[in-house]
Design a binder for this molecule. Structure first.
Ligand code: HEM
Ligand code: HEM
Length: 189
């Protein structure tokens, strides 16, 4: 398989980045929902948000890498009818925007009191914008709402991929799983 995207299919770097980000997003969502209800005396009370923030910061770095790779590596044309291709482009753009906005709002919650974010004890990300009025609460509200919108849109996106596979029988899902040979006609498979 190619490293780079071709006109017909995704290359291995794009595929790896897609699934890495998907696992991180779903994991962070589950962890986030679970950790905000932990009691003060729970052993995970400190540790879970530490992990959530650390993975979140790494995700931000991976997203920048992914967008840079995407910029130099145009995606293959979406398959399906014209309206499907248009909505796929729109949804993919929105998914990128939501992921970026979530990482930024998460950063603004975590650094509202001026503290840096310690990433797995490896390095720390300093606070920049802090001390705004009600920063922690407002960024927290935005973070929660965006997280739900991202998860709902990702579910719709995953359903669309399954529809392409099981109903239209085209190569959309296979080419993101890397299980399809690039020379095969993607419209029919
Ligand atoms: C795609 C990435 C992310 C997703 C899907 C996500 C998801 C979530 C969810 C679902 C919650 C629970 C919200 C609630 O019910 O109140 C949460 C809370 C939180 N997240 Fe994230 N998060 C992401 C990235 C980040 C990042 C990058 C940071 C920090 C650098 C971060 C910091 C926090 C903090 C501090 C809370 C606790 C907020 C509170 O106590 O109200 N998150 N996140
Ligand atoms: C949180 C989870 C997910 C996120 C954030 C996400 C995000 C994205 C984004 C941004 C793209 C566009 C890639 C590009 O720049 O060209 C994409 C493509 C794709 N995703 Fe996901 N994805 C997620 C989960 C899934 C799942 C669970 C499936 C399968 C069931 C899936 C199947 C696909 C397929 C097949 C494509 C290629 C679409 C095409 O060729 O037009 N994704 N995804």
């Amino acid at each position: 398989m190619n490293w780079r995207n071709t006109r017909q299919g995704y290359g291995s770097i794009s595929i790896l980045l897609h699934w890495l980000v998907a696992v991180a997003v779903v994991g962070l969502f589950g962890l986030g929902i679970w950790m905000v209800d932990l009691g003060y005396y729970d052993p995970w009370y400190q540790r879970a948000p530490d992990i959530h923030r650390s993975i979140g910061v790494l995700l931000f770095a991976v997203l920048l890498l992914r967008l840079a790779w995407r910029y130099g590596n145009p995606a293959p044309a979406p398959l399906g009818k014209a309206w499907e291709q248009k909505s796929a482009r729109l949804v993919h753009g929105l998914l990128y925007l939501l992921m970026l906005a979530l990482t930024v709002s998460g950063y603004l919650i975590s650094t509202a009191d001026g503290r840096a974010i310690d990433v797995f004890g490896l390095f720390s990300v300093p606070a920049t914008l802090s001390g705004l009025e009600q920063q922690e609460d407002i960024a927290g509200e935005i973070h929660e709402i965006l997280a739900w919108i991202l998860i709902a849109l990702s579910a719709l996106h995953a359903l669309a991929a399954l529809k392409h596979h099981f109903i239209d029988h085209d190569a959309t899902l296979k080419r993101m799983l890397g299980t399809r040979h690039a020379s095969i006609n993607p419209e029919k498979e």
